[in-house]
Design a protein around this ligand. Structure first.
Ligand SMILES: [Zn+2]
Length: 301
């Protein structure tokens, strides 16, 4: 049975101090108690000033946050926790400007970088999902609107292919990929790692999708005339596209194509875990502990 997600007041009580947050991170990272990353010994000295654990057997020094998004951060962990909690909780996404105000973070740049670090952790984790069975797939464009037939081939916009796994006429998992073009080879190479073999890929009549008719699976083109037909024949992929477009327009006021993949991953991460809302926060923290982080300089490139 689905547990209820934590209320804001419950969250505030539980994670009101740096110590409480660090204790929680410790339990997520070492659920069976401390273990030396080098020799697996379970006894360590704790150096309070340097925040390091030193193994009593081999002397190896480990820190709770080294290599994670919290490493050497000047922002209190309590604020990071709030930000992760709110980003996971708000289905439609939450704007960085409102987070900056809510969490009293001085500079917009700081909150912007934090947001992308959290998104990257979500993206890394979500990349493990593979869709299988019946998959609805379609493409769309993000970016300033220029007239063009269905956007395909429209200049200056970012092409995104969206795939939704369907079971019993209901959507299960979704993935969205920013692609350089809508050519068959580009779509195929982008998606093969994200599909389980024996797929049935259902699309409209765009010729590139024919590439999915192969030894690994079947392609089902459902020829669509009007837009209404497309919505009827590929209902879930259109619903997902409409939602993500609405969010990116509404909350993020459009995003640059450079960062689009990370925003898409944030959306699909939440979508794919929508039945485990009560676990969302801990799952996101675990992802944040596991990911190789990204810095401001890389984000600016
Ligand atoms: Zn050791």
């Amino acid at each position: 049975m689905q547990q209820k997600p934590m209320s804001l007041l419950e969250f505030q009580r539980k994670f009101s101090t740096e110590k409480a947050c660090q204790g929680h991170l410790f339990r997520l990272r070492w659920p069976q108690g401390y273990k030396c990353p080098r020799c697996q010994h379970d006894q360590a000295y704790f150096h309070r000033t340097r925040q390091l654990y030193q193994c009593k057997a081999c002397g190896y020094q480990a820190s709770l946050t080294a290599g994670t998004i919290f490493h050497k951060t000047r922002t209190p962990i309590t604020k990071w926790f709030w930000m992760i909690f709110l980003m996971g909780r708000q289905k439609s996404g939450v704007s960085m400007l409102s987070l900056q105000r809510m969490l009293e973070i001085r500079s917009y740049k700081t909150v912007w970088v934090m947001g992308h670090k959290i998104r990257k952790a979500m993206a890394d984790r979500d990349a493990y999902y593979q869709l299988g069975g019946l998959i609805e797939m379609d493409d769309t464009y993000f970016g300033s609107s220029k007239p063009g037939k269905r956007g395909r081939g429209a200049g200056g916009k970012a092409a995104v292919v969206v795939a939704v796994e369907i079971e019993d006429r209901k959507p299960r998992f979704a993935t969205m990929r920013h692609v350089g073009s809508l050519s068959a080879t580009e779509i195929h190479s982008t998606f093969t790692g994200h599909l389980q073999q024996d797929w049935v890929v259902r699309t409209d009549g765009w010729p590139s999708y024919g590439i999915f008719d192969s030894a690994q699976g079947e392609h089902q083109p459902v020829v669509t005339g009007s837009g209404r037909d497309a919505v009827k024949l590929l209902p879930w992929v259109h619903t997902v596209i409409a939602n993500v477009k609405g969010n990116i327009r509404g909350v993020y006021h459009g995003v640059s194509s450079k960062h689009l993949s990370r925003y898409l991953a944030e959306f699909s991460y939440r979508f794919n875990r929508r039945f485990w809302e009560s676990q969302m926060f801990d799952r996101m923290l675990t992802a944040c502990l596991a990911t190789n982080t990204i810095g401001y300089s890389e984000l600016r490139e």
